[in-house]
Design a protein around this ligand. Sequence first.
Ligand SMILES: NC(=O)C1=CN([C@@H]2O[C@H](COP(=O)(O)OP(=O)(O)OC[C@H]3O[C@@H](n4cnc5c(N)ncnc54)[C@H](O)[C@@H]3O)[C@@H](O)[C@H]2O)[C@@H](O)CC1
Ligand SMILES: Nc1ncnc2c1ncn2[C@@H]1O[C@H](COP(=O)(O)OP(=O)(O)O)[C@@H](O)[C@H]1O
Ligand SMILES: [K+]
Length: 472
Amino acid sequence: MLRAHTVEQVRAAEATLLAALPEGALMQRAAHGLAYAVLDLLGGGYGRRVLLLVGSGDNGGDALYAGAVLARRGAYVEAWLLSDRAHQDGVAALREAGGRVIDPPLVEVRRAQRGASKPRRDFDVVVDGIVGIGGRPPLRPDAAAALDAVAGVPVVAVDIPSGVDVDTGELAGSHVTADVTVTFGTHKVAQLVDPAAQHSGVVHLVDIGLDLPEPALEALQPADVAALLPWPDPQAHKYTRGVVGVRAGSATYPGAALLSVAGADCGLAGMVRYVGDPAVVDRVREAHPDVVGDGRVQAWVVGSGSDSGAEEALQAALADEVPLVVDADALEFADLVTGLPAVLTPHAGELATMLGEDRVDVEARPLHHVRAAADVYGTTVLLKGRHSLVAEPGRPVRVTTTGIPWLATAGAGDVLGGVIGALLAAGLTPYDAASVGSWLHGAAATLASRGGPIVATDVARALPGVIATLPA
Ligand SMILES: NC(=O)C1=CN([C@@H]2O[C@H](COP(=O)(O)OP(=O)(O)OC[C@H]3O[C@@H](n4cnc5c(N)ncnc54)[C@H](O)[C@@H]3O)[C@@H](O)[C@H]2O)[C@@H](O)CC1
Ligand SMILES: Nc1ncnc2c1ncn2[C@@H]1O[C@H](COP(=O)(O)OP(=O)(O)O)[C@@H](O)[C@H]1O
Ligand SMILES: [K+]
């Protein structure tokens, strides 16, 4: 499991470790991890040109000590001090190793602020040690000007791209966009949650020995998905594996029925039932001969393309008192499932309507809003997007890191609802079903795409192949 912790949690774990270690040891661990990541990126140290942007805190200290390591490896290292309170021992270490330190007044920054110079491209890498977990967004003007002065040069962020909100992943003005982020002890929320996650680049975790509590955020890895998946046991029969029912689609939207069933019929449940408009039933049976009609189920999927029949479909599903997936048109009636075992699957626009918020604000603060929705409805909420988020009261938010932009295609959400329904029917909790289903759905999109465009049926078809490649 990949885990992300809050600043407060990191600070507390750091305090315990600091008390047990010789002074400076923790920063040396961080700085060496950072230096080796930079060497890796540059393919060596000798002859490379490295610029350190150094703020007033320990984040700048990490950059300076890493700079000293790089200078000893033969790199030309220049540090621009953005504050007159830069880490003094770090500055001394860099100077001693042969690095160059440029103190305020910072010629390049002032020139850039006046728009007097073109960006300098003569550095191979910029190391962003402006602020780390002690920073508050946005970047101050001097720091933003320093970045402008070297626009176009690859950036390695120390711990966090400076200027983003570390615990929420929100942006509020200027910030660093990193190619690589070298983070310490644990991931930080902003590296996984959009919009900030899109500015973190490749995240490289350096273990510094922190002992951490339950995280704020988790991201399933292939081994976690494999461990949660309902593998059939040797004595299995279709009913022990679980039956999933679909009440989706309508005469107006028959495709939604076909796609929801395609997701549900991925093989993770023992049987799929479909209930709907008779004309749609025929089309579903034609496309999926294994699908049967009404009867007992262990989970329902309701709402995609249900149109004006959404409320009735939801009421009928609720009568069975089994867990359900509430999607699309049924989300309007989501208050009917308040406190029940369910997965609500809105995209940002649907969540905005549910919460009476602005879509733009949901997209700017997805973590805040998905948590709010889970609290309001007292159940599991999956907010779909580039990095979909699964929230349930009292649990770490799970973030989906599989998937590709080609997955933003009509009907992909219908397939997702079906997959989650199959997992619910197989006995997973709503929280696990939503996060495992979302992971599989994203991975299936990647597998189906091979770099090119896909449509929703491709995603459904690729699901068994993804499951087959999971570690046993
Ligand atoms: N906590 C840990 O476990 C460890 C922390 N280390 C490093 O220490 C960092 C945290 O250091 P600090 O607590 O000193 O804090 P930071 O270095 O993150 O920054 C704090 C300083 O930045 C200034 N600042 C705040 N917002 C700013 C903005 N928007 N623009 C410009 N300046 C701003 C503040 O006035 C303050 O002086 C971590 O991110 C990491 O890089 C590592 O050395 C080792 C382990
Ligand atoms: N930029 C993106 N990158 C990766 N996945 C995305 C992106 N945008 C959307 N998705 C995913 O694509 C699916 C779209 O579902 P949805 O919005 O319900 O569409 P529809 O209603 O047409 O089925 C969701 O699983 C969502 O997480
Ligand atoms: K930083």
